[in-house]
Design a protein around this ligand. Structure first.
Ligand SMILES: Nc1nc2c(ncn2[C@@H]2O[C@H](COP(=O)(O)OP(=O)(O)OP(=O)(O)O)[C@@H](O)[C@H]2O)c(=O)[nH]1
Length: 567
């Protein structure tokens, strides 16, 4: 019976062989090791069961189930584990996916700030006061969604598409305020640019409030732009988000100030127009922006609304909703505020608790939502620019520890790769940009969308293939390659090629490449040319020294079309 089963499983395994090999080849080394570990654990499990069976005999049915499982585990261990181990060690290039860093430089995200917690309605009763006094606390403010610039993050590959901050806590009796929802801080790379698809324009945070500056009463929504005049009609809204580019400060304020401000703001943001009193109160100071949002306009993408370029820089992209009012604030502070607000008003109404729409006030406000496109404009020191197959990725691998994919076909590189060129006292970031072809600006090849990474690059290294037109190949000579590259850069952005540059003449090892190199030197003036063989790592130390001089500013050669002598 066992033999039959094993024969069947073996047949199954061999039938699924090709598919299995395919999976194995695409599996990263990490996954292979993980599965090997799983198998080892399975073997241990079988052994444990066999030992346990001696002590505690199994029923017939249990025995059958156990045997079936054991055979399955054994089959997995015998056939797959050795194969995995073999394929892990067989070809070191299979380990490459682990080290290779494919850049994810554009991503669309949806962020939702935490909703405010609901206010509490409760009454404190005592012997003297049988009806009780209201003592329900306000709800806590929802957490914000914050983007923070971090040099430890390279790209958006670790970013979630949906980012949601925590809700504020519910208010409770004894006038206890709900906890503030935790902010969601998302780390993005240096050089992140924000494009707004829908929502309010994000605002930058300048001061990060330290823990000792936090008001113990931290009334929800205490973050406001300006509180110089509490009676001023133009109160700033922490939730409005319409304050373009304004700096938001955390301010310390007394609980009574905060409560009053909070009541005012809550009333405004909720537009308590349902009661006669509130409509009289706020006729003059209702924010016109509230009712005039055009849904159609929201869908238009607003480009470059903000960018994160410095370490530690923070931007709030979605603001937490204010917490709802507890009945303590509603009956005391609200009445006080309303009475103050009415001021000289002739027909001062007689305020009753019933005049206040408690249900709408006690509910926490929704946190704001936003849809953004994040785009990375890398701040690499050096960019390798060249035609497809020129050897840029090989070169990046030769000068740094990066392991980008290398192929003998064009467009192996689909996204920029980054590497670090380390000196004893200095480090340079190098970006390998996907191959450019003539007409890339008309979207030929991979187009030139990724050229935005060059916009902030200090130095350009033009990588040309000396052997492109040799031995009957259909490529174009290096000087023509240089001309096309410069033109494509200029088509993308005027003056993009006008920065310190050098030329890397690659594939010097190929037959006839020496002559082409000599001709190239004759045709191009004013820019250093480094002959290298990226595969054999020849000429790499000289190239590194040249890059260092350019990045340091000790050399400032620039390449333009006039310097190239074309046939
Ligand atoms: N003979 C020789 N071949 C090289 C050298 N450098 C790179 N190659 C080969 O050229 C081919 C292309 O190399 P890649 O590094 O993928 O070129 P790339 O410029 O990154 O190509 P794209 O990804 O298309 O942009 C590969 O087959 C490399 O082995 C070199 O110095 N000498």
């Amino acid at each position: 019976m066992k033999k039959k089963l094993i024969t069947r499983l073996t047949a199954l395994n061999s039938a699924a062989g090709p598919a299995w090999i395919d999976i194995m080849n695409n599996m990263s080394a990490y996954n292979k090791f993980k599965w090997c570990l799983v198998f080892v654990v399975r073997i241990a499990f079988i052994e444990m069961r066999i030992t346990a069976q001696d002590r505690q005999p199994l029923s017939k049915f249990q025995m059958l189930v156990f045997q079936a499982r054991a055979i399955r585990h054994a089959q997995m261990c015998i056939f797959r584990c050795p194969f995995m181990l073999y394929s892990c060690t067989r070809n070191s290039s299979k380990l490459a996916p682990l080290q290779e860093r494919k850049m994810r430089d554009r991503v669309k995200i949806f962020a939702k700030a935490g909703d405010g917690g609901d206010g509490c309605s409760s009454f404190r009763r005592s012997q003297r006061d049988r009806h009780g006094r209201p003592d329900g606390g306000n709800g806590g403010r929802g957490g914000d969604v914050i983007l923070e610039c971090s040099p430890r993050v390279w790209d958006f590959s670790g970013l979630q598409h949906h980012i949601i901050a925590e809700k504020g806590g519910l208010g409770s009796s004894k006038n206890k305020i709900g906890t503030r929802g935790a902010d969601k801080v998302v780390h993005v790379p240096v050089g992140t640019v924000l494009h707004l698809v829908s929502g309010d324009i994000p605002s930058e945070v300048e001061i990060q409030s330290s823990t000792d500056a936090v008001d113990p009463w931290e009334i929800p929504g205490a973050l406001v732009d300006d509180l110089s005049d509490p009676a001023d009609n133009s109160i700033s809204y922490a939730t409005s988000g319409k304050a373009e580019g304004k700096t938001i400060h955390s301010i310390g304020c007394t609980s009574s100030q905060s409560a009053q401000t909070y009541v005012e703001r809550s009333l405004k943001s909720r537009q308590v127009a349902s009661t006669n009193i509130s409509s009289q109160l706020f006729t003059s100071d209702t924010n016109p922006e509230f009712g005039t949002e055009d849904v159609g306009e929201k869908q238009e993408i607003l480009y470059n609304v903000a960018e994160l370029t410095e370490e530690g820089q923070r931007i709030i992209i979605a603001r937490g909703g204010d917490g709802g009012l507890g009945n303590f604030s509603m009956t005391k502070d609200l009445r006080k505020t309303m009475t103050t607000k009415l001021g000289d008003c002739q027909d001062k109404p007689n305020l009753q608790d019933s005049d206040i729409d408690c249900s709408s006030l006690s509910a926490g406000l929704h946190g704001s939502e936003i849809v953004l496109i994040l785009e990375l404009k890398s701040i690499a020191d050096v960019s390798f620019v060249g035609m497809p197959n020129a050897g840029k990725s090989t070169l990046l691998g030769a000068i740094s520890r990066a392991k980008p994919a290398v192929g003998h076909y064009a467009f192996t590189t689909l996204r920029p790769n980054l590497g670090n060129l380390n000196f004893d006292d200095f480090s340079i970031t190098v970006a390998d940009i996907p191959g450019l072809i003539k007409g890339a600006h008309q979207n030929r090849g991979l187009g030139h969308a990724f050229l935005r990474h060059i916009e902030r690059t200090k130095v350009l290294a033009y990588v040309v293939d000396l052997a492109a037109a040799l031995g009957g190949r259909k490529g174009i000579p290096p000087w023509e390659q240089l001309k096309d590259l410069i033109l494509e850069l200029e088509y993308h952005q005027d003056g993009l090629s006008n920065r310190p540059s050098l030329i890397v003449a690659n594939k010097i090892d190929e037959e006839g490449a020496e002559e082409v190199y000599k001709e190239l030197k004759g045709r191009v003036q004013g820019v250093p040319i480094f002959p290298v063989c990226a595969v054999l790592e020849e000429g790499i130390p000289e190239l590194k020294a040249g890059l260092r001089l350019l990045v340091n500013g000790e050399m400032s050669s620039r390449l333009c079309l006039d310097q190239i002598l074309l046939a």
